[in-house]
Ligand binder design. Structure first.
Ligand code: PLP
Length: 389
């Protein structure tokens, strides 16, 4: 089946939907068994999608888990109450004291913080590595390296990684490759075809797609699924049924939305690259983005998120009159909803430790939404006119 058809069909088993188009939203903790035999049967099959106890999932959850495996691949999918919980929960599922993690230098900032605080306290050491290291990662792998974590493209700075080369080196030393695939979505990057073992989605972004729920997923291959599933159950992770439902509903239109995000973002990015204020645009589909060649080789599309770097002479504070008065590009965290967002990147120099961050001017991140791109360009044009030096 083609991806558009899969998006419509995925996870809609009659057992989960009961015959209506969408699965009901089960609000459940206790599940009642009529007989001892029923209860024992549920215990035996609790890892196989039987209704056992709310925390272990209901047909609402099972439908999204099925759909994610169908769309992203993998042997199973664990759900989490946020994207960050999916990152930390997936990592905790495999780590123990004495282990070593290789973390990409451009990881989402709270992922770094987790490594620098909770993992450190657990006795897990983290080494940050150059996002463009490629096969050179093998020089950094130790006997104790348990996870090589990739996020491609990186948060804010957007470097695209050579995931197949990194995965090959990691597997040669028995390390697990974990990916934050939120930018790639289940449609634009196929993690398990490129050597990834566990793929994480902040479903809060394009899967939910309307900025109205928090949700995370982690899909895993056969090698990692049972451990990921058991550990996430033991840690007590569960996602709220309303949010899971919104994730499922979002999936159905994600293909269409992404098509438009892609088109709009490319129009805005191409306009930005010719602006006199802009040094370069970091959009994976443009040659000016570090690692563009890996995007071209491995990805099936691009979404609405990218950044640009201002020219020398523009200080961060000069952006304030632009940002304070934008009409359509709103300032706010997160991305992946239907609306456009703008975010100045503060403190990048502190959050890049393997490779120091060097740029002539400040970096601005955009999420290009579903508005007409001509209106978005007008908004940016007026914003640039407000900038002083
Ligand atoms: C790349 C990436 N991963 C993970 C997350 C965390 O997701 P959530 O906000 O759902 O916790 C974010 C959020 O911005 C993100 O951008």
């Amino acid at each position: 089946m083609k991806k558009e058809t899969r998006l419509v069909e995925a996870g809609r088993r009659r057992e989960w939907t009961g015959g209506v188009v969408n699965p009901p939203v089960y609000h459940a903790s206790t599940v009642i068994f009529d007989t001892v035999a029923d209860m024992q049967n549920a215990i035996r099959n609790r890892a196989k999608g039987s209704l056992y106890y709310g925390r272990r999932g209901t047909p609402t959850h099972f439908a999204l888990q099925d759909a994610m495996c169908e769309l992203e691949g993998g042997a199973g999918c664990a759900l989490y109450p946020s994207g960050l919980a999916a990152v930390t929960g997936a990592m905790l599922s495999f780590l123990e004291s004495g282990d070593h993690v290789l973390m990409v230098d451009g990881a989402y900032e709270p992922t770094r913080t987790f490594c620098d605080t909770i993992l450190k306290r657990m006795g897990v050491e983290t080494t940050y590595y150059d996002p463009l290291v490629g096969a050179g990662i093998s020089d950094l792998i130790r006997d104790t390296t348990k996870i090589v974590f990739v996020e491609s493209p990186c948060s804010l700075t957007m470097e695209v990684q050579d995931i197949p080369a990194i995965a090959k080196a990691a597997h040669a030393r028995d390390a697990i490759v974990m990916l934050d695939n939120t930018w790639g979505t289940p449609l634009f990057f196929k993690p398990f075809e490129h050597g990834v073992d566990v793929s994480i989605q902040a479903a809060t972004k394009y899967i939910v797609g309307h900025s109205d729920a928090m949700l995370g997923t982690a899909t895993a291959n056969e090698k990692c699924w049972v451990q990921l599933r058991e550990m996430s159950l033991q840690l007590g992770y569960c996602a709220g049924p309303d949010d899971v439902y919104l994730g499922l509903r979002g999936l159905r239109t994600m293909g269409l939305r992404l098509k438009q995000h892609q088109e709009n973002a490319l129009e805005v990015a191409n306009w930005l690259k010719d602006r006199p204020e802009v040094d370069h645009v970091r959009h994976p589909a443009l040659e000016s983005c570090p690692g563009h060649e890996f995007w071209k080789r491995d990805f099936l599309g691009s979404c609405g998120l990218f950044s640009f770097v201002m020219k020398d002479g523009y200080r961060e504070s000069a952006l304030t009159p632009m940002l304070d008065n934008m009409e359509l590009f709103k300032m706010g965290f997160s991305w992946g909803g239907y609306e456009s967002l703008i975010l100045p990147a503060h403190g990048l120099d502190k959050n890049r430790t393997a490779v120091s961050w060097q740029a002539p001017g400040p970096l601005v991140r955009l999420h290009v939404g579903l508005e007409n791109p001509k209106d978005l360009i007008t908004d940016l044009e007026k914003g640039f006119a407000r900038i002083g030096k």
